[in-house]
Design a protein around this ligand. Sequence first.
Ligand SMILES: [Zn+2]
Ligand SMILES: [Zn+2]
Length: 664
Amino acid sequence: MYVQVVLSKVSPQTDKEYTYKIPAESTSRAAVGIQVLIPFGRAKAVGYITAISKEAPAGVERLKEILEIRTRVPLFSRRSVETAKWISFYYCCLFGSALRLFLPPGIEAYEKTAGKRRIEFPISPSTGLGASNFPLDRDRGKQFPIPKEQTKKDAGKPVLLFNAGLSERTGTYIKEAQKTLSENRGVILLLPEIGHDNRFVEEFKKNFGDIVAVIHSNMTEKERFCEWERLYLGKAKIAIGTRSAIFAPVHYPGLIIVEDENEFTYKSEQTPKYHVRDTALFMAEKLSARLILSSSSPSVESFFRAQNGKYFFSEKDQIVNDSKPEILVVDTKEERSRQLSSVLKEEIARSLDEQKPVMLIQNRRGYAPFLVCGACGNAIECPNCSLSLTYHSPDGTIRCHRCGFLSEKKIVCPKCFSHSINYFGAGTQKIESEIGKLFPKVRTIRIDRDNLSSKKNASIALEAFVKDEAQVLIGTQMVLKALPKKKFGLVAVISADAALNSPDFRAAESAFDFLFRITAGDNNAIPPDRVVIQTLNPQHYAVTSAVEGDYKKFYATEIMSRKDFGYPPFSFLINVILSGKDREAVRQEALQICSQLKAFDRTIEILGPVKAPLEKLRGMVRYQMLIKGQDLAIIKSKLKEMVAVLSKNRQIRLSVDVDPVNLG
Ligand SMILES: [Zn+2]
Ligand SMILES: [Zn+2]
């Protein structure tokens, strides 16, 4: 018997399946997903079996034998191998790193015990599980019945659930999950994030009890392993979680739900840079599982696919909401203070008079986000990144929000060595101190990443606000989560301009989504009495359509602009970033790669190479190329080769981001 093995240690040079022989006495214990110890070169290595065959592959002679079978049960299924291969191909990353997404939490520690003392990986063997009766591979390929509201033509298509309110969605998800469980299949519910009092988790636990497993990044490794094991052993049949829950060992998933499908957090920013929605699309098709994507402001790509019949479009009538907030857009061009306009000050005073709490949103933390030399006018940037430093009060520190650079001393202008540094702009801390000056008797609470310790999440702090007597809540976008809980007299956006002006083709989409959440909100949230939006661009269509609460109007303008510029969904994009310490070397390499790629596939368009929007990051100079095309399959294989070649050159790093959501 022969097996294909992928090394546990991932590197571009060894990212392939190696063939080994299984010693006769071990054949009954070999299976896809089993961890093995193999001879590799002159050393030993840990790997995972990804395929098994009776015949030796043609042309291969004198195969080495596996040294040891290291787990009693397989850790992933054949289906996981298929998905990992797709992720590796589609997102241009290493197969080995894609496969690791499926491994149980804590596996690294066990891999390190290879060749040392023998311990058993802690999946309880008492259940009688063995390689031969692995639960994850049972019942493959059964057809999923056609849901009632879908016609035959739409059978099996993913569903885009548009405009459904929170309680309506919860009801739909539970009903669909019941149906799926009755067919003896599992359920995966993906959420952009999970606080300690998530409505979906509560409702699912109420309806399904112990068979619900919850997985998110605020859990310890041990907690995550326990939930992983319960799913693996079939004790839990429903996985609810953030991004990584898509890889949880749910038995034969029949239903995958992606709540708020347009959330950018669904795209991993670390390699493998996969998108949960698109991975779910692939898996649902392979499994003949039902896929529900839900949002009230869907991604432009998803709405486009629904409009073109790729998805089944299920639109809910928006409930006519009499309690919709009154919305005021303030053009800050004519205001003396761009942070707190006279209209905003009046509105704050009015709400406080009415004894109703106020929420102020500013998407910059710290006190002053811009530092400028008073002597020569030089903008003071982080020494490692091309990004303005932020002044923080009350400790008087100066920090970089990207690399964590921290200066406790007075900063000196690097150009003229002057000590007179002026602070500009307003972060959340400055807004808080301004409110303190204007309304000295008012209690405020500030919620941003600076005053939330890592363990304590935003929802716990918000809970305190809801119970507390504080009247003004100030924070970054994360404070929006307080909306469903409390009746606010006023919610104000201090400036919508940073979102509108970001140099990214998705700027309008993310600005609309942000404003839409505040103005239209979720149907179940208690809407505030009034909303104030301050901006220098009051006529921008993202602002006007958000004020009207009209997604389709926004989409109509946005899709035309995407078409004009040939951006997704009219093309596919790959963002390639080269970085290194030596600017000229990086630039030369970028030019060379660009011309090689152009010669390799003449159907693609390459924008750049240019300096990346974030030109310097953590001391590395960065150049960017944006590859645009209708079919990028060929170019992806070429890029993968280039990554492997460049990985030998330690001076320059090549990073590839397929379907980027952030072009920085
Ligand atoms: Zn200066
Ligand atoms: Zn920095």
